[in-house]
Design a protein around this ligand. Structure first.
Ligand code: UTP
Length: 418
């Protein structure tokens, strides 16, 4: 793109700061910026800016509790049927897993991709990627198959992750069954809608959230690849839950039996105001909302079994049919914005440090995809069996709490180790 055309477009998009910078830098730098701009959809920037000004929808209109299958409250026959249906899918090589590992892991504060973080579990320390590999390998052995395993990375951590897996020989996972794909990015935008340059004249961008997984699978050819392999179901999980069981036959069975394209494992909240996304029915559709969006008079309400009416919470354990993934990949998910402090280059090409939030980062969330489907199956999981997340450096959901849960679980299930 030539300079004048770029300036014209920037003017249309009210990117005054960038125009000032372009007018001040030498030709080489100018070309470097222009080259990056040609890859940016300025219309999208406008949509992002519009989003900043929008007030998030807090309409609670038709809020109802979600129905879930609780394995402790169904008959042995039903459980066996779910298991059988799920196991059939695995045994017939129709199942694949995706681990989302593109996050920045800021709260953990570890210098590197979260998957390369090592936890001091019994009987020997393990990396998070190693724990995931073990979990799928166990299922491979049980069902006599090799499940295709994909890892979603970001442009920031892709090379590190690929090299790490290579160095560790894929933790014993057959290399030809492991695939990597990079997720997308969205530019950061200041409160007045300006793009941000860093000290190297690079437009600052950030990974576009875990909901990027659908579009990224499409754009990187993963959906096509899975189709060619005859895959029908894909479990999409997060890297930081060290009790995650992606080869979830029960969840598969429930989805198939109920005729759903999506199924999710939930956990019961420990107390009504626990900071976890709440699964509920909003205007008849499954949705994840903040506990603070539940009306005060409903938040403590209980059902006839004495359980919290709005206790079912989201822990990002999701199963999708490949058909559903393809459909979602062609639709636009809403943006979620986070107000943060980002250093930026001012109109005189000087770097300015930001102490207070001055700009927005945008993300897509995986659960927003529920919106496109009339029915989603929910299966109740157990914290002590399924949920040991590592989010924070200390306190709740930290390595310390997760290791405890992991060790307790594996002391009880010693015979299932690989
Ligand atoms: P979180 O939302 O907990 O974010 O990710 P995070 O990046 O790991 O940690 P913080 O918030 O910066 O502290 C949930 C899951 O989604 C993945 C993460 O890698 C994790 O498995 N994720 C998140 C992505 O793959 N891409 C993203 O852009 C964001």
């Amino acid at each position: 793109m030539e300079k004048n055309k770029v300036l014209e477009q920037l003017k249309e998009n009210k990117q005054q700061r960038l125009i000032d910078i372009l007018n001040k830098v030498d030709e080489e730098t100018r070309n470097k910026i222009i080259e990056q701009l040609s890859e940016i959809n300025l219309k999208e920037i406008e949509r992002l800016y519009e989003n900043i000004k929008e007030v998030e929808d807090v309409d609670v209109g038709e809020l109802k509790p979600v129905k879930s299958v609780n394995p402790d409250r169904i008959s042995k026959e039903e459980l066996d049927e779910y298991e059988r249906l799920g196991a059939n899918v695995i045994k017939n090589n129709k199942f694949a897993v995706v681990i989302m590992a593109g996050g920045e892991g800021t709260r953990l504060g570890f210098n590197g991709p979260k998957g390369t973080y090592r936890v001091d579990v019994e009987p020997k320390p393990k990396y998070l990627f190693e724990i995931m590999a073990d979990s799928i390998l166990r299922a491979n052995k049980k069902y006599g198959v090799t499940i295709p395993w994909y890892i979603m990375t970001s442009s920031k951590n892709n090379d590190q992750i690929v090299n790490f897996m290579e160095e560790h020989n894929y933790f014993g996972y057959p290399k030809e069954y492991v695939g990597f794909f990079e997720q997308g990015e969205l530019p950061l935008i200041t409160e007045d809608g300006q793009l941000i340059l860093d000290e190297d004249y690079k437009i600052r961008k950030a990974a576009d959230g875990n909901g990027s997984v659908f579009k990224s699978m499409y754009e990187r050819g993963v959906i096509e690849e899975l189709k060619e392999k005859g895959i029908e179901w894909v479990y999409i999980g997060q890297i930081d839950n060290i009790l995650l069981k992606m080869v979830d036959t029960l969840l598969l069975g429930v989805a198939i039996k109920e005729g759903s394209e999506i199924a999710t494992r939930s956990m019961l909240k420990e107390f009504p105001r626990e900071r976890m996304g709440t699964l509920c029915l909003k205007n008849g559709k499954v949705k994840v909302i903040e506990y603070s969006e539940i009306p005060e008079d409903m938040i403590e309400a209980k059902n006839e079994d004495g359980e919290m009416l709005f206790g079912e919470s989201n822990v990002t354990c999701n199963l999708f049919s490949l058909k559903a993934i393809e459909e979602i990949s062609q639709r636009d998910l809403p943006y979620h914005k986070a107000h943060k402090a980002y250093g930026y280059m001012d109109e005189n090409c000087k770097m300015v440090e930001a102490k207070d939030p001055n700009a927005y980062k945008f993300e897509y969330f995986i659960f927003d995809a529920y919106e496109f489907f009339n029915q989603i199956s929910v299966l109740r999981g157990k914290r002590e069996e399924d949920f040991a997340p590592i989010k924070n450096k200390e306190g709740v959901q930290s390595p310390e709490t997760a290791i405890k849960l992991y060790n307790n679980y594996w002391r009880k299930h010693r015979d299932e180790r690989v």
